[in-house]
Design a binder for this molecule. Sequence first.
Ligand code: BYC
Length: 313
Amino acid sequence: MTNEEIFEKKIQDDVRIEPKDWMPEAYRKTLIRQISQHAHSEVVGMLPEANWITRAPTLRRKATLLAKVQDEAGHGLYLYSAMETLGMPRAQAIDDLLSGKAKYSSIFNYPTLSWADMGTIGWLVDGAAILNQVPLCRTSYGPYARAMVRVCKEESFHQRQGFEIMQSLSQGSAEQKAMAQDAINRWWWPTLMMFGPRDAESGNTELSMKWRIKRFTNDELRQKFVDMMVPQAQHLGLSIPDPRLKWNEEKKGYDFGDVDWNEFWKVVKGQGPCNKQRLEARNKAHDQGAWVREAAAAYAEKRAKRAQLGASA
Ligand code: BYC
């Protein structure tokens, strides 16, 4: 069998592809593309929430939010490590993020204006992330799939913390309920955009489905998300800002309105409400953290030298 035939058979038999296995160059490239944008999303995703750590309403909320934001940093690290097994150095990927060349999820280019945004991000945004990422635990590339198992466990905790915030607000004063509704009104449509463009406009889906990197298309996941969230919003007594939302008995799912794809592409191309601010914040953190990276590298070098001396003594 040729390398290509062995690879295709593994994909068909659901045998994981591992770093040292032969793989088509396009498979390697599309994985680097997806994993790096995913890792950057986790890291940039810390910014909108970090904005509220100092303003969380209670100590318990503050501790939980802090833990959640730290988890996102961890997710970025697992993912950068998975990406490195494909031959893409982390430093290069980070340079591409900092220069604005690399993509990260559109959702993190929207501002977090109230405490209810923390609930909505946890509930809606992490809910979307889970739907997208649970199938990635079965993605064909081993290191990515294994990273996703841990990420998904943590994401489900994140979603519950968000839902709990929404529950408290929706059962609170009229002002709190209005704050929760306002947050849903602002986050609903950007969350639907997280699943990517419509299948007809998604250039990467066909090959990614063939190679079992993706297990569902963008539109399939978007539909699942709407079907999952409508009953949860009803439970909260909050409404979804879509006048065209309607149960369709035939397809056993909801029909829903059109996403504003012009807005989506504008945000993806760098012209969203907070793109500039996010990149500036990442660049500042990177520059201010240079001494930590230098110190860690110097310490690692010292330890390696000591170990070498010990071995030759
Ligand atoms: N934002 O051909 P398509 C999280 C790009 S982390 C920006 O459909 P694909 C969380 C796409 O990259 C959220 N760009 O692509 C973290 C492509 O451009 P390139 C991130 C987007 O890869 C912290 C082009 O548009 N999750 O939830 O087949 C706290 C055409 O798209 C977006 C992941 O990354 C977007 N929304 O499908 C809380 C999951 N959508 O690369 C929460 C893993 C599309 O050709 N990624 N683009 O230049 C995926 O599952 C897939 O990459 C996507 C896109 C479904 C996102």
